[in-house]
Design a protein around this ligand. Structure first.
Ligand code: SIN
Length: 284
C-alpha cells in the first residue's frame, strides 16, 4: 500500500503515515519516503516502536551512517547512535544534554558535515500533563529563495568558517558546562560556501547558523558580523519554520543541508528526555 504524506507547515515538514519501520521496507516504499523527504525536508513518523537496529537500518536508506567513537557521547553498543538526554546515571549525564540553546545544523564544523539526521524519541519530558522539549526546524532553501535579488548576488562565491569554538562560547555564556575538548582537538572548524547547492535536488540553501558560523571570509570583520546576524535572523523567520511537538516513539528525519533546527530547552531535570540520533555523512 502506498504511504500517505501529510504536509505539516507552510514550507517544510510532513507526516508520513502507512509505513511500519520495524520491518524491512520494499524498494517502492523507500522510494516514496525518500521523495517525500527531499520535497518536505523534515518528515516524521508517529508510533514507531523501533529497536536501535530498526533505527539504524531505516536511516541507512539515506546514505552511509557516521560512526562515533565508543566512549565519547554515543550509545554504549551502537557507534551509529548519538544519545541526547538530560538523564544522569551514577551522577553523570548519559548523553549530550545541551541540545536546544541555539539554531544550528549538525556537524557544520566538519569537512564533510552531516547530510541527514534521524532522531527518535524514547522518552519525552511531561510536566503537568504537557509534553515539553519541542524541536523547531527552519527551511534554509525557502529562506534563500525569499532573499532579495541584490542579496543573492552579494552572496555569490562567499565562504564562511563554521566553528565548534563558536558553539562552545555560546554554551559557556548560557551557563552550561560541558567538555568539548575532544571535538575541538579533532575537527574544530571547516570552511563551507554560504550558499550550498543541495546534492540531491539542487536547491540553493543558506548555510549560515547562529550556532556555528563565526566568520564570512573575504569581507571586513564588522561587515561579516552584520551579515551573519542578518542572514541567521532571516533563516528562522516563522514563515520558514515547522515546530515539532514530540510524542514518545516518534522518528523525525531532517535534511541538514536544507534545514536548521533548535530544540526547546524548557523542561526541568526531573522530567526525563531521551533521544537517539543517527546521522548520514555528507559526500560533499
Ligand atoms: C539536535 O540538535 O540534533 C537535537 C535536537 C533535539 O534534541 O530536539
Amino acid at each position: 500500500m502506498p504511504i500517505q504524506v501529510k504536509p505539516a507547515a507552510a514550507v517544510l515538514g510532513a507526516e508520513i503515515q502507512g509505513a511500519d519501520l520495524t520491518r524491512p521496507l520494499d524498494a517502492a516504499t523507500i522510494g516514496q519516503i525518500r521523495a517525500a523527504f527531499y520535497q518536505y525536508e523534515v518528515i516524521y513518523f508517529r508510533g514507531q516502536m523501533l529497536t536501535d537496529e530498526d533505527h539504524i537500518r531505516f536511516s541507512a536508506h539515506f546514505g552511509e551512517l557516521r560512526k562515533l567513537k565508543i566512549g565519547t557521547q554515543p550509545h554504549e553498543t551502537h557507534p551509529e547512535i548519538f544519545v541526547i538526554s538530560n538523564i544522569k546515571k551514577d551522577g553523570k549525564h548519559i548523553g549530550s544534554y545541551d541540545a536546544g540553546i541555539f539554531w544550528h545544523t549538525d556537524g557544520a564544523y566538519l569537512p564533510n558535515p552531516h547530510a541527514v539526521s534521524a532522531l527518535r524519541a524514547l522518552q519525552v519530558p511531561v510536566v503537568d500533563g504537557r509534553t515539553l522539549g519541542d524541536t523547531n526546524f527552519a527551511s534554509v532553501s525557502a529562506a534563500y529563495e525569499a532573499l532579495p535579488q541584490a542579496m543573492k548576488k552579494r552572496l555569490v562565491g562567499l565562504k564562511a568558517v563554521q566553528s565548534i569554538l563558536h558553539r562552545l562560547s555560546q554554551t559557556v555564556e548560557s551557563g552550561i558546562k560541558k567538555d568539548y575538548s575532544a571535538a575541538v582537538k579533532a575537527d574544530p572548524e571547516a570552511i563551507h560556501p554560504v550558499v550550498r547547492v543541495h546534492p540531491v535536488n539542487q536547491r540553493k540553501c543558506l548555510y549560515v547558523t547562529e550556532g556555528y558560523t563565526s566568520r564570512i571570509l573575504g569581507i571586513p570583520e564588522d561587515e561579516s558580523r552584520d551579515l551573519i546576524r542578518e542572514l541567521t535572523a532571516h533563516c528562522v523567520k516563522p514563515e520558514f519554520t515547522y515546530l515539532h511537538h514530540w510524542q514518545q516513539h516518534d522518528l523525525v528525519v531532517w535534511d541538514d543541508c536544507s534545514t536548521q533546527h533548535k530544540a526547546t530547552f524548557d523542561y526541568p531535570a526531573h522530567a526525563p528526555r531521551l533521544m537517539h540520533r543517527t546521522t548520514v555523512v555528507s559526500k560533499q
